[in-house]
Unconditional design. Structure first.
Length: 385
């Protein structure tokens, strides 16, 4: 499947369809990362890692040097380190902005914070590279930072990017959602209930009765000439969106189900209006039960007292790598034991996707007593009653 995805780079619809097929096969597709992705799609610990060149506005030429630099001199430790080591003539501001919005620099901080700091980072990097070219010491040269920047980037002054913003950026730049979207957790169950997904709708299906499922993105209610209410809703599944028309009689009977963020199964006849497909709803049922919602977790990690700077830095980097291997919406608190007590580290934008495998890895790194996991309420979706 990684090879299939590589062959489809440049066509976002084909990439989205191939990723949907991966999900149907139970193959995880991990988000892009400047420290983990290759130029193209690759295999990463039994999953597929999104290729950097497949991000919109980011071509292979822009990231080949980036990947080569990382392979020769090790992972990037901060946003500043990243900008200082890559060729800013190849990775221009538009490319850097796309990498940030797509989540490829998430390990260095929140996306909105990085976007705000981008001008400063680029300016410092260009200044450092000019000095380096002139034979001076690079601003980012010398010894490595005391700790990975994942844990020492200053807190952002503004609120972090919302889940809705991050998902919108992913849809725009990757063609699919790779973050923790409710659809991801529901995909397998939905596929068992539907006859077609959005990417399977073609002119050949027009006139047939189909069953589709997903999240209601928006609902627009209008009044007909007869004074009755009907609705136009946007239904989204993991492969795309389609417009659903709900006529007055059906809307009157199912009005409670047509709420933004509700998960529904819709059956009806497929029509075509110009170049757009439209599903005329005959029946609808709720799908957003608690059993379908992904659970959330809060992780509190307590790093044992560091023996020396080098050992501590290496331990923090291993913990950081484990956390960012699977990105999600589970918050993490990181603390370090010191001779003066326990100190909480600043971790802006640090999120992960909890799993048993992640917990076991953290226990191996830190010890059982250092890892605390608290189960939170599921990610909310408006359920129709």
């Amino acid at each position: 499947m990684a090879a299939v995805l590589c062959s489809r780079v440049g066509d976002s619809e084909d990439v989205a369809a191939a990723i949907a097929e991966c999900r149907r096969m139970g193959v995880a597709v991990l988000p892009p990362s400047v420290n983990d992705s290759d130029v193209n799609f690759s295999v990463d610990n039994g999953a597929i890692r999104f290729g950097l060149s497949a991000i919109k506005n980011v071509g292979g030429g822009a990231v080949e040097g980036l990947v080569e630099e990382r392979k020769q001199h090790g992972p990037f430790t901060s946003a500043e380190d990243f900008c200082g080591r890559i060729d800013m003539r190849a990775v221009n501001k538009k490319t850097l902005e796309s990498l940030i919005r797509a989540g490829a620099l998430d390990s260095f901080g929140d996306r909105l914070h990085l976007l705000k700091e981008m001008e400063r980072m680029v300016g410092l990097a260009q200044q450092a590279q000019r000095k380096s070219a002139a034979g001076q010491v690079s601003l980012f040269g010398g010894e490595a930072p005391a700790a990975p920047a994942l844990f020492n980037v200053p807190p952002p002054e503004q609120d972090p990017a919302t889940l809705k913003e991050r998902l919108a950026w992913e849809r725009e730049l990757l063609g699919v959602y790779l973050g923790q979207h409710p659809l991801n957790a529901m995909a397998a169950q939905l596929l068992e209930r539907v006859s077609h997904t959005v990417d399977q709708i073609t002119e050949e299906v027009v006139g047939q009765k189909v069953t589709m499922g997903g999240i209601v993105n928006s609902v627009r209610v209008i009044t007909t000439r007869n004074g009755q209410s009907m609705a136009y809703a946007e239904l989204e599944d993991s492969s795309g969106t389609i417009e659903v028309v709900v006529f007055p009689r059906t809307l009157e009977q199912t009005k409670a189900l047509w709420q933004a963020d509700s998960a529904v199964i819709v059956s009806g006849k497929l029509d075509q209006r110009g170049d757009r497909f439209q599903l005329a709803c005959d029946s609808v049922e709720a799908f957003s039960t608690a059993a379908n919602l992904p659970k959330r977790h809060f992780l509190r990690l307590t790093i044992p007292q560091l023996d020396d700077l080098e050992t501590g830095r290496a331990r923090l980097e291993r913990v950081a790598s484990a956390l960012r291997l699977q990105q999600g919406e589970d918050p993490v608190e990181v603390r370090v034991r010191t001779p003066l007590g326990v100190v909480r580290l600043a971790t802006p934008g640090l999120r992960t996707a909890f799993s048993t495998e992640l917990a076991n890895r953290l226990v191996q790194l830190l010890g059982r007593d250092a890892v605390q996991v608290e189960e939170l309420a599921p990610i909310g979706m408006a359920a129709a009653s």
